[in-house]
Design a protein around this ligand. Structure first.
Ligand code: GDP
Ligand code: MN
Length: 388
C-alpha cells in the first residue's frame, strides 16, 4: 500500500521525525478557514500518489486566506500529469503546511536492497531532485549504508552517513533522530520504502521532513489494523471510488468495453470468467471481484454498481462457494436480487462448492438461470446480450 504524503507524515510524527505543522483539507472553504485562523505563508500541496507534484503544478504557495482558497479551487479536481505519469492523477485532497525558509535540501531513504536483501539507507546532499538522476550525474553526493537487522541502526552510523554525503553541518545534530525514526518506521510498519525528499534544513536551523513517501508491505498491515482505513483513501479514479463506495477494495472493480456484467469472487475467478466470455464470442463490461464471501448486501450493491453502466445487457455471476455452502450462497443471491428496485437484465449464475445442486434448484426457482460450468454460463450470457 502506497501512502499519500499526509499519511506518511502521520507515521513520521509517530516515530519522532519532525514535520511542518499543517492541516489536511478537502475543500477551498476549509483552506480559507484554516489560513484565516492561522495567518502567514502556507504551502498548498496536492495529495496524490504520484511523485513530482511540484513540476506538475500541484504545489502552490499562498500568503493569504483568499489566495489559499483560490489555489484549492484550482487544484481540487485537477488532473496532475508528468513524464512518469502521462495518464495523470486527479487531486481530491490537499495538505496545507507552514511554509519554511529553505537553507538546504537533502535526501534520505530506506529500502530493501534486492541484491543483499538487507535494508539500505541512502543519503544525499542533493535533496528535492530525483535520486536516480543524482546517482547518475553526482554519485559523490550519495552515500549508502546496509543495515544488519540483527544489530539495528546506531546514531554514529547516521552521523557517518551525513559526513560521507557531505550534508551541511546544520543537519548533524538532528540526523540520528531522523534516520533512527525512519528505521523504526521501516521495521515497525513493515515498509518497502520510506523516503524524505527533501529533508529540509531551514534558515532558522531546524531539520524538517518537507515531503514523505512511504510504501507499506500489505502483508505487514495486520500489525497496524488502524491503517486499513487509509487503504480506501484517495482512490485514483472513478471506478476505484465506486468500489470503495460499496465497501470493496480500490482495485476490485474496473469498467471495460463490453456488454456483459461480471461479478465473481476472487481475482482469479474474475479473470477466468472474462476469458470464458471472450472465448464464447462476447466481451465483459467490467471486472468486479466481490471478495471472499458473497453476502446478500454486497451482492446487491455490486449488482447495482455493475448494472448502473448502461452498456450492460446481461449479467454473469460466478461464485465459488468455498466453505460457504452453495445453497446458502444461492439464498443470498436470491435475497439480494429480489425486489423492484434493481435494473433487470438477463442473469446467469454459476455456483460451485458443497451443495451446489441444491443451490441451483433455489436459483432456478427464482428464475436466475443457473448453469453448471463457467463455459456454459459464458455462452448463455453472450447469447442473452446478443438477443437483448
Ligand atoms: P514533490 O514534487 O511531489 O516531490 O513534492 P515536494 O513536497 O517534494 O515539494 C516540491 C518542492 O517544493 C520541494 O523540493 C521544495 O523545493 C518546494 N517546497 C515544498 N515545501 C516548501 C516550503 O515550505 N518552502 C519552500 N521554500 N519550498 C518548499
Ligand atoms: Mn518530494
Amino acid at each position: 500500500m502506497k501512502l499519500m504524503e499526509y499519511q506518511g507524515k502521520e507515521l513520521f510524527r509517530r516515530v519522532g521525525i519532525p514535520t511542518p505543522r499543517g492541516v489536511f483539507a478537502h475543500t477551498p472553504a476549509e483552506v480559507q478557514d484554516f489560513i484565516t485562523k492561522n495567518p502567514g505563508s502556507w504551502v498548498v500541496k496536492s495529495q496524490v500518489m504520484m511523485g513530482g507534484r511540484g513540476k506538475a503544478g500541484g504545489i502552490k504557495f499562498a500568503h493569504s486566506a483568499p489566495e489559499g482558497a483560490a489555489f484549492a479551487t484550482e487544484l481540487i479536481g485537477k488532473v496532475l500529469k508528468n513524464e512518469q505519469n502521462p495518464d495523470g492523477e486527479e487531486v481530491r485532497s490537499l495538505l496545507v503546511e507552514e511554509m519554511v525558509q529553505i537553507e538546504s535540501e537533502a535526501y534520505a531513504s530506506i529500502t530493501i536492497d534486492r541484491a543483499t536483501k538487507k535494508p539500505v539507507v541512502i543519503v544525499s546532499s542533493q535533496g528535492g531532485m530525483d535520486v536516480e538522476e543524482v546517482a547518475e550525474h553526482h554519485p559523490e553526493a550519495i552515500s549508502k549504508y546496509w543495515i544488519d537487522p540483527a544489530i539495528g541502526f546506531q546514531p554514529f552510523e547516521a552521523r557517518q552517513l551525513a559526513f560521507a554525503a557531505k550534508l551541511p553541518a546544520g543537519y548533524l545534530k538532528a540526523f540520528p533522530k531522523v534516520l533512527g525514526g525512519l528505521y523504526t518506521l521501516f521495521m515497525e510498519y513493515g515498509a518497502n520504502l520510506v523516503e524524505i525528499n527533501p529533508l529540509v534544513l531551514t534558515k532558522s536551523g531546524d531539520v524538517i521532513a518537507s515531503d514523505a513517501k512511504v510504501e507499506l508491505d500489505d502483508n505487514g498491515l495486520y500489525k497496524h489494523p488502524e491503517l486499513n482505513a487509509w487503504r480506501n483513501d484517495g482512490p485514483a479514479d472513478e471506478d476505484q471510488a465506486a468500489a470503495v463506495e460499496i465497501g470493496l477494495g480500490m482495485s476490485n472493480y474496473a469498467k471495460l468495453d463490453g456488454d456483459i456484467g461480471v461479478i465473481a469472487n476472487g481475482a482469479g475467478l474474475g479473470m477466468g470468467t472474462m476469458d470464458a466470455i471472450r472465448i464464447a464470442g462476447g466481451q465483459a463490461a467490467n471486472f468486479l471481484d466481490i471478495g471472499g464471501g458473497a453476502q446478500a448486501e454486497l451482492v446487491k450493491k455490486s449488482y447495482n454498481l455493475v448494472t448502473a453502466d448502461p452498456k450492460v445487457k446481461a449479467m454473469f455471476i460466478n461464485i465459488f462457494g468455498g466453505i460457504t455452502r452453495g445453497d446458502q450462497v444461492a439464498l443470498g443471491i436470491v435475497e439480494a436480487l429480489e425486489g423492484d428496485d434493481l435494473r433487470k437484465v438477463p442473469l446467469v449464475v454459476r455456483l460451485t462448492g458443497t451443495n451446489e445442486k441444491e443451490g441451483r434448484e433455489i436459483l432456478a426457482a427464482a428464475g436466475m438461470n443457473p448453469v453448471e460450468t463457467m463455459d456454459e454460463g459464458a455462452r448463455q450470457a453472450v447469447a442473452f446480450a446478443k438477443s437483448s
